[in-house]
Design a protein around this ligand. Structure first.
Ligand code: SF4
Length: 471
């Protein structure tokens, strides 16, 4: 049971929602992307690539490739997507990404091994099986892989053929993730994404027959016409399909920023309380059906690597979500993709034409980035520990950073008091700050206490960037 009985009565819950519901970062990075600047670019990235590859014990490598294409737009989509059905556009893109891989790979020390490779989008299987194989074999030729790397991909089953799956298995892909969102036909109609229960069930069975070790399903709450009762029908099917991992995302309605979302009538959206009730009943449903709540929006079976890593305190979070491959440098390729080395974030250009132009000119296609200060790295560590491993050990903090936790965060500690009073946190001054079961679902407001940029903006009255809802 995730939510302690004392807080399950509606009155207490309503109070908590009103107190902590707001907008805030998801902390796939710290400092968050709005702090990154165009003044950090190619020169800084090369410098960090050189330094990190010259280290005596260089970190392992994670790779990410972004495939931005989809053939039609779902109205709820919040991704950086290019809508096209032209195969030549996708083929040209593969050529550019291959060249970008060439540029980076030649600077990587051959002592380094790739332990994680992820393809995301958009829809990576929008590429034809032939193009996909051309891309994947190119990457395999240019990087040295571990003996047992994790290779994962996001697919849209509506455009993924058996031939795609065969290519992926030939290229060593062992994890597959797919969107479901909600099986309700009425909700699917409004979000413009029709996908039946039968199609999903058949596809997952096919993936398992082909030998994918792990299947992940993405669900979304906060969508039009959803209620606790309607979503319960989707959940029933999901328990029956029994994926290894489930991601349950809180949908961000941002019509001012994303024009296509204006096609969704705001009056059809569930209220904040209903959203939270959907989330809460899903959490309870997953946990009573054998899943472990990993945190934020992720659930996994008890034997899954994510669950085991969390138990051991080695879970991490990056742009691909939670990961067991701790301490890797992430090299990302393709439009809008984000690389993350120890002390630098780099984001690629979002526009396809500008990306292609840079690659053709032999320049890295960088739009912006950030070099991290020591304080950024300390705060990132604390935020990641809270979000992934649900505690910050005072001893470990001293070992890592040579500082006393309570002195370093003398300004922040009093701001944790409301969370402690509400049963979301426990603070044992000599040992640790620990997130409770209830705190796990209100984790973003807790993490925000350690965000120096948000604190500074609040103090100086600056407008903070628009983030998604925290609850
Ligand atoms: S399939 Fe995914 S990435 Fe493509 S438009 Fe729909 S939600 Fe966006």
């Amino acid at each position: 049971m995730i939510i302690p009985a004392a807080k399950t009565d509606l009155g207490s819950l309503r109070e908590l929602i009103h107190k902590y519901a707001g907008r805030g970062p998801r902390y796939t990075s710290y400092p968050t992307a709005p702090e990154w600047t165009e003044s950090v670019g190619e020169e800084e990235y090369w410098k960090h690539i050189q330094t990190t590859n010259a280290e005596e014990n260089p970190r392992p490598i994670s790779l990410y490739i972004h495939i931005p294409f989809c053939s039609e737009r779902c109205t709820f989509c919040a991704c950086n997507v290019i809508i096209t059905t032209r195969e030549d556009v996708a083929d040209g893109y593969v050529d550019s990404v291959r060249r970008e891989v060439d540029m980076i790979a030649q600077k990587i020390s051959d002592r380094r091994r790739v332990n994680q490779f992820h393809l995301g989008g958009g829809t990576p299987t929008h590429l034809s099986p032939r193009s996909l194989e051309r891309l994947l074999t190119h990457v395999s030729r240019h990087f040295q892989f571990d003996d047992e790397p994790e290779r994962s991909i996001e697919v849209d089953l509506r455009v993924t053929s058996e031939e795609h799956l065969d290519v992926l298995r030939r290229c060593g892909f062992n994890r597959i993730s797919m969107g479901v969102q909600d099986f309700s036909p009425e909700t699917q109609e409004i979000i413009h994404r029709r996908q039946t229960i039968e199609e999903t069930r058949d596809f997952i069975q096919l993936c398992r027959r082909k030998g994918f070790e792990s299947v992940n399903i993405d669900l979304v709450y906060g969508l039009p016409l959803q209620s606790v009762e309607s979503f319960a029908q989707t959940l029933k099917v999901v328990y029956d399909i029994s994926p290894d991992r489930i991601a349950l995302y809180n949908w961000a309605y941002l019509p001012k920023k994303l024009g296509h979302q204006r096609r969704i009538d705001e009056s059809t959206l569930p209220s904040t309380e209903e959203r939270f009730a959907i989330f809460r009943s899903a959490v309870e449903g997953f946990t009573s059906n054998g899943y472990v709540y990993i945190g934020m929006d992720h659930f996994a079976k008890p034997s899954d690597e994510l669950t085991l890593a969390q138990k051991e305190g080695t879970l991490q979070r990056n742009f691909m979500g939670f990961t067991t491959r701790a301490g890797s440098d992430l090299y990302a390729f393709g439009v809008s993709s984000i690389s993350s080395l120890d002390s630098i974030y780099i984001q690629n250009i979002k526009k396809l034409k500008s990306y292609d132009d840079c690659i053709r000119d032999g320049r890295l296609p960088i739009e912006r980035g950030l070099e991290l200060t020591r304080d950024d790295r300390i705060r990132r560590w604390v935020i990641m520990e809270l979000m992934c491993n649900l505690h910050v050990s005072v001893r470990r903090f001293r070992e890592m950073w040579g500082e006393d936790f309570h002195s370093y965060f003398a300004e922040e500690i009093p701001r944790l008091q409301p969370f402690i009073a509400d049963g979301l946190l426990e603070n044992d001054i000599n040992k640790e700050v620990r997130v409770t079961d209830l705190g796990q679902i209100i984790i973003r407001p807790i993490a925000m206490v350690f965000d120096a940029y948000l604190t500074r903006a609040m103090k100086t009255g600056l407008t903070t960037p628009v983030f998604s809802r925290t609850l």
